[in-house]
Design a binder for this molecule. Structure first.
Ligand code: ADP
Length: 262
């Protein structure tokens, strides 16, 4: 009964969100959270009203990457959650924001974690949004499925990959996972595609064109390539939003282009 009520509340609040987009990757460490954060800023920069739900409870890195300090979620008297705002007014909710200490591991098991996400979604006060980006936990299992099913009229799914992923079965698995769910694939974003040396030469460290190829194979849109840039991991580790710190970087320009296409 409680679950049904929460699902009703989610439906109600999702009605005020125009586009609901889940961000998925076949495995961890490909930069899914970084892509989610940067895309959110790029959309906000274009004047959209944006929210980010960090559903990656095992490694909630969104708050740090977006410059939102822990302990800043406010609860109202009637139990609603007010998401804190990152720069450019992006609203952010994450289990990471509710942990008293940054270095506490989340040792919830699957079913418990999806009920935590359901509760966050049910009680969140997003207000009117153009975009809600949902950073899913890495992988294609029950957890991702449950979270995606919580949002009944999901607009679609963005798949984040790296070139060395693509040659294997990982992206194919992600594509098939989304299709089996009957959800729409908005497109594939390839992260860590290449490295540009100071002399301007481009090096395809993990191989060239793999993301495009797999997009063609599955007949989905290829949305763009994000280069490897040491400033990205440095900014992320320092808790400074990369997109805002280096708006003229190749990576940030790529995100702006992608934002115009989702
Ligand atoms: P995921 O969410 O897929 O687990 P993250 O977004 O947490 O991955 O990124 C993993 C690590 O790689 C982080 O330390 C991040 O700063 C770094 N990173 C992500 N994308 C890039 C990139 N294009 N260039 C350099 N470092 C990157």
């Amino acid at each position: 009964k409680k679950i049904r009520k929460q699902e009703e509340m989610i439906k109600e609040s999702m009605r005020k969100v125009k586009y609901k987009i889940a961000v998925l990757s076949g495995k961890g460490g490909v930069g899914k959270s970084f892509v989610t954060a940067s895309l959110a800023f790029a959309l906000a920069y274009m004047g959209k009203r944006v929210g980010v739900l960090d559903a990656d409870i095992y490694g909630p890195s969104i708050p740090k990457m977006m410059g939102v300090p822990p302990g800043t979620v406010y609860g109202t008297e009637d139990g609603r959650l007010i998401p804190p705002t990152a720069p450019l007014g992006v609203k952010v909710l994450s289990v990471g924001l509710m942990l008293p200490q940054e270095d506490l591991p989340v040792i919830w098991r699957g079913p418990l974690s999806s009920s935590a996400i359901r509760e966050m979604l049910a009680y969140a006060e997003w207000g009117e949004l153009d975009y809600l980006l949902i950073d899913l936990p890495p992988g294609t299992g029950d957890e991702q499925l449950t979270i995606m099913q919580l949002i009944k009229d999901l607009t679609g799914v963005l798949i984040v990959t790296i070139p060395s992923d693509v040659s294997g079965v990982i992206v194919s698995k992600a594509v098939n996972f989304v299709r089996r769910l009957g959800a729409n694939i908005i497109g594939i974003i390839e992260n860590m595609s290449y490295f540009r040396c100071p002399d301007g030469s481009i090096h395809y460290i993990f191989g060239e064109g793999a993301g495009k190829k797999v997009a063609e194979k599955y007949n989905v849109r290829f949305l763009g390539e994000i280069p490897i840039d040491p400033r990205i991991s440095r900014a992320n580790d320092a808790g400074e939003p990369f997109f805002l710190k280096y708006p003229d970087s190749e990576a940030s320009k790529a995100f702006l282009k992608i934002a115009g296409n989702v």
